[in-house]
Design a protein around this ligand. Structure first.
Ligand code: 4AD
Ligand code: MG
Length: 431
């Protein structure tokens, strides 16, 4: 009898199959057990009637608790009423390990309770769907860059210096003479590898000691960061747009069942087509004021500003040319208007806010040295970075896209904490 995975059950219609999994839910009526079985690839209802399996097997399921490990054998058959369109008519049941008093029942639990039991919570139908969307997003991203001819060149996690401001650094004491920090972004190293390899990307975990407790912030998150030599802000915006369109299309194509399980409004995702509107920071300020947000020119957008702004468009919007003073030291000032920087944020629609941040880098040696000093960064640890401007400096740029924020948006989630198997936040290190 072939071992079948629930996700492939349609291929086995009419066949006797073996499914190895766990009992997700059970309903019984005297002569029939309805067992919802999950096997990691999906969920399916297995119908077991006393008449066809006999008393002894039937009784095995009488008191079987949620999350008992079980192997069911039976015929796969199409049934339009069944969720997923198929069910199993059980011929035999084997109990591999019996579970009792599983702490997460189908009823509602508080989020802290669930986060404390994240190692079990990930077995639920909703988390199952989210983590599979995440898997698709990660692979869509990799496939995109590989197809476009970018070279994967990973950046180190232990770094000697800040990239995104000194207030969110995680120090690590280990290296002689120096404090190391967990990386906030691979960008500075990407600039080196881009000058070596042309177009590169790195993809890995990044760390921010975020003191803010918001629905968009994790202290450990995954970021993909492309970087291109001989590129301008416009090239960076085009690439971000193309990436986002490609990832959304791929998830819509490959993960419809998961998105439906999450009750995601697919029509909103189908609108994600190029071109995305591109507006300046100045324009964004005006629109925010018109929408009643009290914003001053010169500040960075807060979470609410991003929510309001992204709610004004039916597709992602790119905001460029932010005040240089609120942006990172490496951003190139606009030559026509040096008080603004050639940076861009891409905001996801439906109030999700920033998912991509990037821009054109400062390629001029003297200006960069000035900015390093103005930001109180130690010039000695940036010597290697300044070398990139000493030898063969060219216009270049790139961006970072946070995977968890993209997953939260695509799944329609309220908070990024559900988008990663084990979230790390200000008040959350366990399990
Ligand atoms: O805008 P950020 O800080 O940009 C950079 O780090 C650049 N050095 C990237 C580059 O140009 N190579 O971060 C980029 C993206 C954000 O748009 C957001 O999606 C995500 O990373 N991000 C976070 N995601 C979850 N939790 C946090 N604390 C995040 N901080 C940034
Ligand atoms: Mg940003």
């Amino acid at each position: 009898m072939p071992i079948a995975y629930i996700q492939d059950i349609a291929k086995h219609e009419g066949q006797d199959v073996t499914i190895r999994g766990w009992l997700h839910n059970r309903r019984s009526s005297g002569k029939i057990h309805f067992l919802v079985v999950r096997d990691g690839t999906g969920f399916i209802q297995a119908v077991m009637s006393k008449a066809s399996v006999g008393d002894e097997t039937f009784q095995k399921a009488d008191h079987l608790g949620q999350e008992s490990a079980i192997i069911v054998r039976g015929q796969a058959r199409a049934d339009a009423r069944a969720p997923g369109g198929y069910e199993i008519e059980v011929g035999d049941l084997q109990v591999v390990s019996e579970a009792r008093d599983y702490p997460i029942s189908p009823k509602e639990h508080g989020v802290e309770y669930l986060l404390d039991r994240r190692h079990l919570w990930i077995r639920s139908q909703r988390q199952h769907a989210i983590l599979r969307v995440r898997h698709e997003v990660v692979n869509a991203v990799r496939d995109f860059f590989n197809r476009e001819g970018f070279v994967l060149a990973d950046a180190p996690i232990f770094t000697p210096s800040a990239c995104e401001g000194t207030t969110t650094l995680f120090p690590v004491q280990y290296f002689e003479d120096d404090t190391a920090y967990l990386t906030q972004s691979g960008q500075l190293y990407n600039e080196a590898t881009a000058l070596a390899l042309g177009r590169v990307y790195c993809f890995g975990p990044t760390f921010r000691a975020e003191k803010s407790k918001t629905r968009r912030h994790l202290t450990e998150f995954w970021m993909v960061e492309p970087e291109m030599a001989y590129a301008t802000l416009d090239d960076v915006m085009r690439l971000a747009e193309k990436l986002v369109v490609s990832v959304v299309a791929r998830v819509l194509e490959a993960r419809q069942p998961e998105l439906r399980a999450l009750e995601r409004d697919l029509s909103r995702l189908e609108l994600v087509q190029a071109p995305f509107p591109r507006i300046t920071y100045d324009d964004a300020i005006e629109r925010l004021r018109a929408a009643g947000q009290p914003v001053e020119w010169g500040g960075d957008f807060g979470g609410t500003d991003e929510t309001v702004l992204s709610g004004l468009f039916d597709r992602p919007v790119m905001v460029h040319r932010f005040p240089a003073a609120v942006k990172a030291f490496y951003m190139k000032p606009d030559p026509e208007r040096p008080e603004v920087a050639l940076g861009v944020d891409l905001l996801a629609p439906e109030g999700y806010g920033e998912i991509v941040g990037g821009g054109e880098r400062l390629a001029d040696y003297d200006l960069l040295l000035e900015r390093v000093k103005a930001h109180d960064l130690p010039p000695s640890t940036f010597e290697w970075y300044l070398d990139l401007r000493r030898w063969g400096s060219v216009p270049h740029g790139g961006f970072g896209m946070g995977i968890e924020r993209v997953v939260a948006w695509l799944c329609g989630l309220e908070h990024v904490r559900e988008t990663i198997p084990f979230p790390r936040m200000l008040y959350r290190l366990a399990p």
